[in-house]
Write a new protein. Sequence first.
Length: 497
Amino acid sequence: MNLANKLIQNCDKSPNKICLVQKNDKITYSDLYKKVANFKIYLESQKIKKGDKVLVLMPMSIELYVSLISIWSIGAIPCFMDAGFIKSGMKNNEFDDINAVIGITKYILYSNINKNLKKLKTKINVNIQNKLKVNQKLDIEELENNYPAILTYTSGTTGKPKIASRTHEFLQIQGNILENILNYEKDDVELSSIPIFTLSNINTGITTVITEGNFSNLGKSDPIKIVNQILTKDINRIMCAPGLLDVICNYCMKNNISIDNVKKIFTGGSAVFLDFIDRLKIVFPNAKITTLYGSTEAEPIAELNIDDMSREDIELVKGGKGILAGKIVGVENCLTINYEIKEIGEISSKEFENLQTKGVGEIVVSGKNVLSGYVNGEGDKENKFSVDGVKFHRTGDLGYIDEQNRLWLRGRIKQPFFNIEACLHGKLKIGKTAIFENDGKIVLVLEEKDDILESEIRKAVDFTAIDDVKWIKKIPVDKRHSTKVDYKELKRILKIE
């Protein structure tokens, strides 16, 4: 199979339907077909062939999807890095098996930082796509089901970088699961900031408007541009990271703007607190809000329709139970195990039973939409194990499953304090928070703009002890999503080793 065939199917079905919108540009499924066919011929003229690994260096754009599908149609393998880690990724990854680079000018220049990429002869500026005029028929290389479709290089910030490989079959299975969850309708127009979900949109045949957000740092996006997109592009659904939605909500609430045309919102990728949900409801009064929990290795794992949260659920969040991720979806098994075990390897079902916890533990999953391993096995020992031949993935997240078979999140193993943060965000008007353990003591960090008494904080969190509360000017966050706390930088600011 080859996922590029999806484009042909959608072109035959709805040739004149708008596929992608980017700023003032838009492209139909028919025109996307033509661009892909032309670019495929050009790539072949540059000696790119089946099996070649092509590093794609560009932000979310029409050109990105033309490149991706063109590479697929040849039978080559597109390789990606997170847009927020392009420069640092050049230093942390070897890229010794990359055959070509396609990208925007800035990122192609970045590639010269890496000694192996610097030596490559085939470096293609994506702008060449706009100069190709010859109409070509799109011939697609048929591939085995387990043939790699996308390689994703990690940032390497937590150790030696890993490479996740998703096959054409894997993405097809994932797409089918997402199609059921995302509740597509044929006339949907979705604003999106998440590339992999936009790929699902293209395969499904709906219209996607690519957000004008800052993909290198979503927190620094211009809300005026994005709100204007939502109000003028007939958008009725949104698929965006919490960091970008937060930018939109803050601007709209400050300027008393209500957005009535959006009917569905999907978000995930970082903690979603009650006060954030309340802001979404105010700005988007007619929208059904759904949160998704998953990862590169397993997407999705759980979903929550916010309307399904009961008053009791909300009180449980405020009482320190954690963040409700919702019902388990997509994966065949989702369980919690003793997180203190570093490596598990191959075990029997009986041994596996002894590892499982009834309370809080590390979330582990298995299923057809769960990656069975990494390229060259790098990271498999720490993140994978087998139970009677069935592969499981260790998420590195802590949580538990309640009596209704719903998943609750408690944070990362090294930062297991979602329950405290969720309580604070549910009970108090509070901004960014960070919590970590230092020398056996729990330290809560707030921003100076939060004018709140320490006694109020301790009263709110009456289910556990907070040893120290600190205020700083600004809590550092990751450059990509602008939501996850950069604890290494935070401790440097606080002069804690």
